[in-house]
Design a protein around this ligand. Structure first.
Ligand SMILES: C[S@@+](CC[C@H](N)C(=O)[O-])C[C@H]1O[C@@H](n2cnc3c(N)ncnc32)[C@H](O)[C@@H]1O
Length: 259
């Protein structure tokens, strides 16, 4: 079911779930994004909203750090996956995660109060019009709160296919960044500049940005015993130019401009 006016490419392709997202490098991505968030979040910041938080991995990592996390997602199937992942967590973590069904665009109607951190990770690329979603994120963010957006960087989108040796597809992506290979869910590659500009109009400024998965985003497997060294390398690369600019994924952290 897609709500009137909100075209959601993810749910329109729900049957392909799992195929596109069975991504070997995701523990690295979650480690990096969580590290960045914990660096920015003051200790007293307790309330987190994870918009489009299906799978629940980010919510669980933040709940383990003592935060209360409201996961809002329009897809019942995704919320079921969060529920299943929570079953293996201890009671305190489970008690800190609340699941709410609905669209991010309707967040202020569906979630109570404002949040110290509003995450929206790997969601904007499945939404055709980003402005209503970004407005909604800004409406539920507390005055000193942060908004965290993880998205595809269209400027370097050919990196995954190129490093995987998919030569023709990489060339196609450089010519036309909007192209999506048939094995992936169709997506909208909103430009980082457009996201920043839309956030600026909502009085939010970029306080930090990171490239995510510079050296590993394309891998279908890696040696888990090396996770710590890989994460440290990726952290450094994700912070430094020119490496971060060539990552296919960008993590953007915004805060409200002082009045
Ligand atoms: C690729 S998954 C990302 C899940 C999670 N945020 C993560 O990073 O692992 C995309 C999620 O966005 C959700 N979604 C798509 N459109 C949405 C919208 N308009 N509002 C809120 N969630 C949405 C989907 O249901 C799905 O759970």
């Amino acid at each position: 079911m897609v709500s009137a006016g909100i075209r959601n490419l993810w749910m329109a392709h729900a049957e392909e779930l799992g195929v596109a997202y069975a991504d070997a490098a995701s523990p690295i991505r979650f480690h990096l994004v969580t590290r960045a968030l914990l660096d920015h979040l003051p200790r007293r910041a307790r309330r987190v909203a994870d918009i489009g938080g299906g799978y629940g991995r980010q919510a669980i990592l933040l709940a383990r750090s003592g935060r209360s996390v409201a996961v809002l997602d329009p897809d019942k199937h995704m919320l079921e996956l969060v529920r299943a992942s929570l079953e293996t967590e201890d009671l305190a973590v489970r008690g800190r995660v609340a699941l709410v069904e609905g669209y991010g665009e309707n967040a202020s109607r569906l979630l109570k109060g404002r949040f110290d951190l509003v995450c929206c990770h790997s969601v904007v690329m499945y939404v055709e019009k980003i402005r209503p979603l970004l407005l909604s994120l800004s409406n539920i963010t507390s005055p000193k709160g942060l908004i965290s957006i993880l998205t595809i960087n269209p400027a370097s989108v050919a990196m995954r296919e190129g490093l995987q040796g998919r030569w023709k597809e990489a060339a196609t992506l450089i010519r036309n960044p909007a192209y999506t290979a048939s094995r992936y869910i169709p997506n909208r590659k909103h430009r980082i500049h457009s996201i920043r500009e839309a956030m600026r109009k909502l009085s939010f400024e970029l306080v930090a940005w990171y490239g995510v998965g510079v050296f590993t985003d394309h891998l279908s497997t890696f040696d888990r015993s090396e996770l710590e060294e890989i994460c440290e390398l990726e952290w450094l690369a994700g912070l430094s130019d020119p490496y971060r600019s060539v990552a296919r994924m960008a993590h953007l952290v915004f805060k409200r401009r002082p009045a």
